[in-house]
Structure formats: C-alpha cells, structure tokens
Design a protein. Structure first.
Length: 319
C-alpha cells in the first residue's frame, strides 16, 4: 500500500512540477517584458532556464538531501532521453533538417559538455591521483562554460529577428504566476525526491537507476512533448535548438549548481552513462554530415528510439 502511495506521489509531483515551470516561465517572462527587457534576452535567459526548471529544482533538492546519485542520474538520463527519444520521435514524424548554425556551433557545444563532464568526473582515468568527484571547484569550471555559452547565445540572439511570442499579463498576475511557479517547484521537488529515494530504498534499487529512468523521464516530459508538437508544425530548428540547449543547460548549469550545494561522487555507472551520452552526441553530430547534410532521417529516428529502449534494459539489468 505504501509503495502505491509513493508512486502516486511521484506522478502528482511530475504533473505539478511541469505546470509550476509553465507558470514560472509565463509569469517571469511577462514581468520581464513589462520591465522593458528585450525579447531576445527573455528568450535565452528566462524561458531557457525556465524550461530546465524541473531538473534544476529536483537536483538542487536532491543535493541538499545528499542524494547526489539521483541528481547525476537525472541529468544524464534527461540528456539521453532528449536526444534518443525527443529527437528520435520527432524525426519519425518528420525528418529534421536543421540550420547550419545549430550544427556547427550548438551541437559541438553540447558534445563539449559531456566531454568536460568525463574529464571532471572520471579523474582516475587520467592519472593515479585522480578521483571520481565533481568538487565545488569543478562546479565553478562547469559554471564558467555555462556563462560562455550564455554570452554566445546572447550574441546569436541579437543578430536574429525576435520570433519569441511572450504573453503579457498585469504586474500583479505576473508576480503571482511567478510566485506560484516557484512555490510549486520547491515544494513538489522535495516530495518527488523523497518519494523517489524512499521507493529506491524499499525496492532495493540504486538512486542512480531511479534518476536515470523514472525521474529523468518525468522531468524531460516538457522537452519531449514540445519537440513532437513543434516538429508537426514544421518548427524544426526550434526542436533541435531546444533539445541541444536543454542538454547544455543540464550539464553546465544544473550539475554545477548541484555540485556547489554538495560535491558529487561519480560512480562507475555514472562514468559509463557519461561515455554513452558522449557517444550518442557524437553520433548525432556525425549524422548531420553524412548522407543528407544536416538531416536526421526517419530511419535514424527509429534507431535512436530503439537505442534508448536497449540502454534502459541494460541499465535495469545493471541495477
């Protein structure tokens, strides 16, 4: 009976966290617009961070609770889901032909994020004195990369037309939506982390596996739904750019915040998952330059979805 309560708490938490993130984005973006913040600044800051809010709040809460394995599993699982399920399912609906700017600049940055994570998290691979810990100093390195990416994103945005549609509310409603969003994110992130860690303890499975599968799927739902919906409307660049940006945010921002709160111990499973993410990111990068340039075909999308299924089976068997 208690297990059913925990599962129900997980499901409710996912729903409230996703809705709270929407309220936060709507309220904060509207408030920024009323303060005459340029649209492109809102797009690459408030909205971009807001879409990663579920992962950010869940990871911060897990870090305060000392459940860093859950945090790492959530980030790595979310990134794998974004590429293999998000882009994979979207390309099944319509082949994804992306703009060269995304291929040449944003995709390599995403690949760089996983390589940097390997260098910081798998220290023992690079010498006898290395350790498998992302320290607070390492977190500052990740955060520095995030700042560099944001500066680059601002530079790109200033040279483009402002396509971002931002709904405007009254000041009171904007503040209220932002407040409700933050409260929902904070409260239900705590409930989610508690129910996930308790469930993993009762069932005798690792926090990393729970983070890699259940929590990652729940916090990545907005990206997956948005990707499929946007590609059906023909907004291909938005799909790929959103997925790539989310993956960069997850490692450079969310993991850095997590490690600043509590240093992260990188397990052997985490290292395997990071190498897998790097390999998948490399495959995606290569696909854009083989056959039809800058295009992810339906057949490749099916392979991506199949790869995710196989990897989850492997992760479950691994424990």
């Amino acid at each position: 009976m208690f297990i059913l309560v925990l599962i129900l708490a997980l499901l409710i938490s996912f729903f409230v966290i996703i809705k709270s993130a929407d309220y936060f984005v709507d309220g904060a973006a509207s408030l920024a617009k009323r303060l005459n913040v340029p649209t492109f600044v809102i797009g690459v800051s408030v909205i971009a961070v807001g879409t990663s809010a579920p992962e950010l709040f869940v990871n911060a809460t897990a870090a305060f609770s000392g459940a860093t394995s859950l945090s790492v599993g959530n980030v790595l699982g979310s990134n794998l889901i974004n590429i293999l399920l998000g882009l994979g399912m979207a390309s099944i609906f319509r082949p994804l032909s992306v703009h060269s700017r995304t291929v040449w600049k944003e995709l390599p940055f995403m690949l760089l994020s996983s390589v940097v994570l390997i260098l910081l998290g798998a220290g023992y691979l690079f010498g006898p004195y290395g350790d498998n810990v992302i320290s607070r100093a390492d977190a500052l390195i990740l955060l520095s990369f995030f700042v560099i990416f944001m500066v680059y994103a601002f530079g790109i945005s200033t040279n483009q037309d402002e396509h971002t549609k931002i709904q405007s509310f009254s000041t009171v409603k904007s503040v209220l939506l932002t407040f409700i969003g933050i409260v929902g994110l904070v409260v239900f992130s705590k409930i989610l982390v508690w129910s996930a860690t308790t469930l993993s303890s009762i069932l005798g499975i690792s926090q990393n596996l729970v983070g890699l599968t259940v929590v990652a799927v729940g916090t990545s739902l907005p990206e997956i739904v948005t990707a499929v919906s946007a590609v059906r409307k023909g907004l291909v660049d938005l799909v790929v750019g959103g997925i790539v940006g989310s993956n960069i945010f997850n490692i450079f921002l969310i993991l850095s915040v997590t490690a600043l709160i509590h240093p992260i111990k990188f397990s052997n499973d985490n290292i395997v998952d990071t190498f897998t993410l790097t390999a998948i990111s490399t495959i995606l990068f290569i696909i854009m330059f083989v056959g039809k340039k800058h295009t992810l075909e339906r057949s490749q999308g099916i392979i991506f979805v199949a790869l995710y299924i196989f990897y989850i089976i492997f992760a479950i068997l691994r424990g």
